[in-house]
Each structure stands twice: as structure tokens, then as C-alpha cells.
Write a protein that binds this ligand. Structure first.
Ligand SMILES: Nc1ncnc2c1ncn2[C@@H]1O[C@H](COP(=O)(O)OP(=O)(O)OP(=O)(O)O)[C@@H](O)[C@H]1O
Length: 450
């Protein structure tokens, strides 16, 4: 038994197919065009779609294209009125798994459907395998939805496969530079090797070279044993040099040599040790400005700036805020969550905050909100520590446009916004507008009556 969606603008055709399919024990739903079908497919788990090609609004090919974009739709079998090779070939080229011809031959239809259902099962198994693979090899924790991040990820994936290219990851503090470095490693041919992150700003200045390149016994006071550095430790894998702008000047020369010669020497040693390590760097400083101030070597800057990737601040990719926030809430609660995670008002507060500390600030805020809320949905109250920019009584930034406004509509809109932020609590909404609850109610009533 399978769940099949029949899409045709002719109700008679849908009816004939429904009867044929139901007699074989399948469950059937009908749609009269591609748009309706698409909506249903997003809501329900169909095993198969049988669709006409020519239909008003969204035709069969359009539906197929949309399903491909969803990347998880059921397989599609087309119905063609006349068995012209052309439309059948076009259908298969576009990704349909098969086609049936009108007038229907019952036996052939059932054979086609059995075959298509077999393909459906394989597609589902493939998806499951891919999910399992992602769990093992891929970082599933890089969350994004914004076009800006999609572009960045695409670039990262493109450079990741070039397993030796140095990448410079730029962006404000907390935007996810380390997460990105890890992602590049995981998507690269070095994924089986180690990912070794090191924060250049956090290493004791005097020990930077020894930390990165290792030292021989007796190289300096306290070096009572030979020690391997992080470059050797990362052999075959990826070394991530975070806050590269803070690397001391002398160590920069040594790093440049290591990158150019793919070899290092331990501090106090003469042996040249070959290294097979990809270096990824990150900074939130302006390296060019540091070069001008003679704080960063120009030659090293050119060497590491081969492929810069800039991660935009969270405030300029607002589409990422809610998916990230939901991810952090689930993480903080340690489980999946049924039902809404945020109220509408809470989402609005999250979207309106400017997130100067970027994703890190959002992660910390969600941890705090979960403690305050203890259960979902999280409301505006649980986010009160975010202190939204409070509008001043005079609305200084609001300028009356020369063509004027409709004051009543404006007031209605402000009241609607207040209710949204207050999660429909009238007292809270009144407070947001500096009104008493009774005055607020009178206003609302007046506007409703107008
Ligand atoms: N796209 C993302 N998906 C999921 N988690 C993210 C994402 N981006 C950042 N994070 C999380 O936000 C926090 C900060 O990220 P990360 O340490 O990578 O930032 P950073 O830019 O390297 O910061 P800094 O400049 O301070 O070193 C981490 O807890 C990280 O897991």
C-alpha cells in the first residue's frame, strides 16, 4: 500500500485513476494543479506523484522543478495524453522516473507504479544513508539559512576540496570563524586527519615558536625534553591559526617559511622536517592596516590571503537568527522540542536585536533564556535581558513624509506591533506604549469601531 498524489486539472481523469489505485489498495489524494500539489507535498509524506503535464498555474514540469529544489520530494510519474516521444523524453530528462500514456491501460499503469515505488524506496534509503554519513563525517552543526551564508558556504566547499590551499577566514568576533574552519576541514580530502585549532593570541608570547614548531632538548631554559610542535601534531590534517594578527613578528617569518617550503625546523634543531598540513587562518583585525603599521609582515599577508572568506556579521543576515536560536535552545535543553519554541513576540525581539557579539552572543542568550523559561515557548519576558532599543517618547527618528500618513492606520499598526511584542498580553502592550491598561483598551475599541 502506498500513498499516492494524483495531479490533473480534469476531475474525470483524477477520478478514473483514483478508482484504479484504490482497488489495488493504495491511498489516494487529488490535486487539480501543480501549486496545490506542491502545497500538499510539503505537508504530507507521499510515496509517489502521478501528474499530468499540461495544467493551469503550475504545470507538471514546473512542479517537477520545484520538487527538485526541495530535494526530498517523492518521485514523479507523468501522464501524457499522446505518447509523443518528445514530451516523454523531456519528462525523463527533467527528472521524472517514468510516464504513462492516455488512454490508460490498467495493467501497464500498475507495473509502472510498482517500479516507481521501488525507486521511491531506494531514494529514501539513499537519503537515510546520506544522513548517517553526515553524522559521521560532516559537521551537522553549521546552521544557516540566509543567502549571504549560502554563498559563503559554497565558496568554502569549493576551496575545501583543494586540500592544500591556505584560507583566510575574516569576520567579527563570534561570527563562526572556527566553525567555518572546522567545516572546511571536514569537507576536505584531509577530513580523516586531525583538526588542530590554536589561538595565537592565547599562547605565551615567548613560547609561540616552540608551540607551533616544537623544540629540541636544551633549546632554552626549561626545555628538558624534545617536544613536537602543533605542525607535527597536525600531520596529514589541518592546523587552524585563530587570531593570526596576534602572531609575534619573528614567528611570522618562521610561519611564512613553513608555508613556502612545507617543512619546519624545531627550535634549537637542525633537522628539516617535512610537513603535510593545510593551514587555515582567521582574524577579526584588519591585516592590511597591521601591515601598514609594520605589525604584520606583508609577505606573510600575501601568502595567507590567497583565498579570503568573509563571514558577515549576524545583524546583516537576519534569516539565520531564528534557525540558530532554535538550534541553541534545543542544544541547551538537550532534546528535540515539540510545538513552537518561541512566541511571535520573542522572535521579533530576537530579530530586532543587533547582536554585537554575533552568534556567540546568541548562543549565550539562548542558554540564559532556557534557564529563565525552563519550558517552551520562550516569551519576550524570558528575553528581557536583551534590552531592545527603547523608542523615545518623541520618536525622534520618525520623519513625516511629505505626502503625509494616515494617522489612524499608523496608530493601528503601532498597537498591533505592541500586542505582538507583548504576546497579546494587553497590560504589557499598554506598558510598551506608556498607557494604562484601560486607556489602551479604550484606544483599541475606538479603532475597532472606526
Ligand atoms: N553557523 C553556525 N551554526 C552553529 N553554531 C555556530 C555557527 N556560527 C557560530 N556558531 C557558534 O557560535 C560560537 C562562536 O563561534 P566561533 O568560535 O566559531 O566564532 P569565531 O568567529 O571564531 O569567534 P572569535 O573571533 O571570538 O574567535 C560557537 O559556540 C559556535 O559553535
Amino acid at each position: 500500500m502506498a500513498y499516492i498524489l494524483v495531479v490533473d486539472d480534469e476531475s474525470k481523469m483524477r477520478h478514473i485513476l483514483r478508482i484504479m489505485l484504490e482497488l489495488k489498495g493504495h491511498k489516494v489524494k487529488e490535486a487539480s494543479n501543480g501549486s496545490i500539489a506542491l502545497k500538499l507535498i510539503k505537508e504530507e509524506p507521499f510515496d509517489l506523484v502521478i501528474s499530468d503535464i499540461k495544467m493551469p498555474e503550475l504545470d507538471g514540469f514546473g512542479l517537477l522543478d520545484e520538487l527538485k529544489r526541495l530535494d526530498q520530494g517523492p518521485p514523479v510519474v507523468f501522464i501524457t495524453a499522446f505518447a509523443t516521444i518528445d514530451s516523454a523524453v523531456e519528462a525523463m530528462k527533467r527528472g521524472a522516473v517514468d510516464y504513462i500514456t492516455k488512454p490508460f491501460e490498467e495493467e501497464r499503469i500498475h507495473l509502472t507504479i510498482e517500479k516507481a515505488l521501488g525507486i521511491s524506496k531506494i531514494m529514501e534509503e539513499n537519503r537515510e544513508l546520506k544522513r548517517q554519513l553526515d553524522d559521521v563525517a560532516g559537521p551537522k552543526d553549521i546552521i544557516y539559512a540566509s543567502p549571504a551564508m549560502k554563498k559563503v558556504i559554497k565558496m568554502a566547499e569549493r576551496v575545501a576540496i583543494k586540500g592544500d590551499t591556505t584560507v583566510l577566514i575574516l569576520g567579527e568576533s563570534g561570527v563562526g570563524k572556527e566553525v567555518m574552519a572546522h567545516y572546511i576541514h571536514k569537507m576536505s580530502p584531509r577530513a580523516q586527519g586531525k583538526f588542530v585549532p590554536v589561538n595565537c593570541a592565547a599562547i605565551n608570547q615567548g613560547l609561540v615558536e616552540s608551540t607551533l614548531f616544537g623544540h629540541e632538548r636544551g633549546a632554552f631554559t626549561g626545555a628538558d625534553r624534545r617536544k613536537k610542535g602543533l605542525f607535527e601534531y597536525a600531520q596529514g590534517g589541518t592546523l587552524f591559526l585563530d587570531e593570526i594578527g596576534d602572531l609575534p613578528f619573528e614567528a611570522q617569518a618562521k610561519l611564512l617559511r613553513a608555508l613556502q617550503e612545507k617543512a619546519i625546523q624545531r627550535v634549537g634543531g637542525n633537522d628539516v622536517i617535512k610537513i603535510d598540513v593545510r593551514v587555515l587562518c582567521a582574524t577579526n583585525q584588519n591585516l592590511e592596516a597591521l601591515v601598514k603599521k609594520n605589525k604584520f609582515r606583508q609577505d606573510l599577508f600575501y601568502r595567507i590571503n590567497v583565498f579570503p572568506i568573509e563571514i558577515p556579521p549576524l545583524r546583516s543576515r537576519t534569516e539565520d537568527i531564528i534557525p540558530l536560536a532554535k538550534h541553541f535552545v534545543k542544544k541547551a535543553m538537550g532534546r528535540d522540542i515539540d510545538g513552537p519554541i518561541f512566541t511571535q513576540g520573542a522572535e521579533r525581539v530576537l530579530l530586532e536585536h543587533s547582536w554585537p557579539g554575533n552568534v556567540r552572543e546568541l548562543a549565550n542568550a539562548m542558554e540564559r533564556a532556557v534557564i529563565m523559561a525552563s519550558s517552551t515557548p520562550i516569551t519576550v519576558e524570558h528575553l528581557s535581558f536583551l534590552k531592545p532599543n527603547k523608542a523615545t517618547g518623541s520618536l525622534k527618528d520618525f520623519k513625516l513624509p511629505p505626502e503625509g500618513i494616515n494617522l489612524e492606520e499608523f496608530e493601528k499598526d503601532i498597537i498591533r506591533q505592541a500586542l505582538e511584542i507583548a504576546d497579546n498580553n494587553q497590560s504589557k502592550a499598554a506598558r510598551l506604549l506608556g498607557l494604562t491598561r484601560s486607556k489602551f483598551r479604550t484606544r483599541v475599541k475606538q479603532l475597532e469601531n472606526d
